[in-house]
Write a protein that binds this ligand. Structure first.
Ligand SMILES: Cc1ncc(C[n+]2csc(CCOP(=O)(O)OP(=O)(O)O)c2C)c(N)n1
Ligand SMILES: [Mg+2]
Length: 351
């Protein structure tokens, strides 16, 4: 099965008979702007980590098309379960720089109210969000709610038992859930080829999921396929799976050195397929974006970067002991003991 592509790497449009999309100048400018902002924010966060302002950062660099194209294909009321690298999708949902950074500064366990943005908090335990998403989608189904569910995960997460249980459970229960895999070719230092023999979309089909594979660096293709699949989900046609082929241009996290396990030539071959450069070539060729548009986007990027820097340094520190109060409805002696132990640990530091 060939990945669906609507925009080739030279910026030429390639309409696809099965996945129609009304490609307007406005749509392309909107995607371009969103991807540029996401990349700018991600770069700023990476720099803040290097300056000691964040404990850790996991870059979304290179995966902007997979995230922007998919999340914008859903309604704002559809619930999203991310993993931990979905900053571009989070920004599209209106989550603020402060909310996105606070967890990585270590000032709070998570950054935002999931219900407000219909965007669950980041899940760092690989694939744990997939059974959660399945259970949530069962609730949607039983309530007869006008909503579908989108769950992001990575190629590495697909090897977890949780992922495969969720695929089967979702298919058996016929829930309105879209599993969206960003296959960025690596799970830290483990390449996809050592993790699986059958392609992911093929495995998904074996579970009974309506599975598709798309060029994940082509924002138009991702958007067209996700929109089509979301429509089928809304029509009650059962759960689906999209494998978006993309690439993690940066290291796994700020603690990783990808130069230890992958080659420059592999990196270069993916840089040539960069989602932002590709869309810019389309805008340029078609004359769909004038100088004023580019100046405005550049300015917006500068403002976002400045905001990220200033809010990061001002983030408040939470009272982490509060976590012990919200685990159970009633206090228990075990939790009280753990709370005491935690406070003693915090007190053991001089500052
Ligand atoms: C259950 C579990 N096992 C191991 C880890 C350590 N770990 C964190 S990220 C990661 C790789 C994940 O790769 P992938 O799912 O492809 O996502 P990517 O980081 O490439 O976006 C691993 C092994 C973890 N967080 N959770
Ligand atoms: Mg991966």
């Amino acid at each position: 099965m060939n990945p669906v592509q609507l925009l080739d790497i030279d910026g030429e449009l390639r309409p696809h008979p099965d996945w129609p999309l009304d490609v307007t100048p406005g749509l392309c400018r909107d995607f371009y702007r969103r991807m540029r902002l996401a990349r700018q924010f991600d770069q700023e966060a990476q720099t803040l980590q290097r300056q000691g302002e964040l404990g850790l950062w996991v870059q979304s660099l290179g995966q902007e098309a997979a995230q922007v194209g998919s999340v914008t294909a859903m309604r704002s009321t559809d619930y999203v379960f991310p993993s931990y690298r979905e900053h571009a999708a989070a920004l599209c949902r209106g989550i603020t720089p402060a909310e996105l950074l606070i967890q990585w500064r270590g000032n709070r366990h998570s950054g935002w109210d999931p219900d407000r943005y219909r965007f669950h908090i980041y899940t760092l335990v690989l694939a744990a969000q997939l059974p959660h998403a399945t259970g949530y989608a069962m609730g949607v189904q039983r309530d007869g709610a006008d909503e579908v569910v989108l769950a992001y995960f990575g190629d590495g997460a697909s090897s977890e038992g949780d992922a495969n249980e969720a695929f089967n459970w979702a298919a058996a229960a016929d829930v309105p859930l879209l599993f969206f895999c960003q296959n960025n070719q690596w799970a830290i230092s483990t390449p996809v080829r050592t993790q699986m023999r059958a392609p992911l979309h093929q495995r998904a089909r074996g579970f009974g999921l309506d599975a598709h594979v798309v060029d994940g660096n082509d924002v138009l293709a991702v958007h067209a396929v996700t929109s089509g699949v979301a429509q089928r989900l809304r029509a009650g046609m059962g759960p689906a799976f999209i494998e978006a082929l993309t690439y993690r241009i940066a290291g796994h996290s700020t603690s990783d050195d990808p130069g230890r396990y992958r080659t420059d030539s592999e990196l270069d071959s993916w840089r040539a397929r960069d989602p932002i450069g590709r869309l810019k070539r389309l805008l340029d060729k078609q004359g769909w974006a004038d100088k004023a548009f580019h100046t405005e986007v550049d300015e917006e990027c500068r403002t976002l970067a400045a905001t990220a820097r200033s809010v990061c340094r001002d983030l408040p520190l939470s009272d982490f002991s509060a976590v012990f109060d919200t685990v159970m409805a009633e206090p228990t002696s075990l939790l009280a003991g753990q709370r005491r132990q935690y406070l003693e640990f915090v007190d053991s530091f001089e500052d």
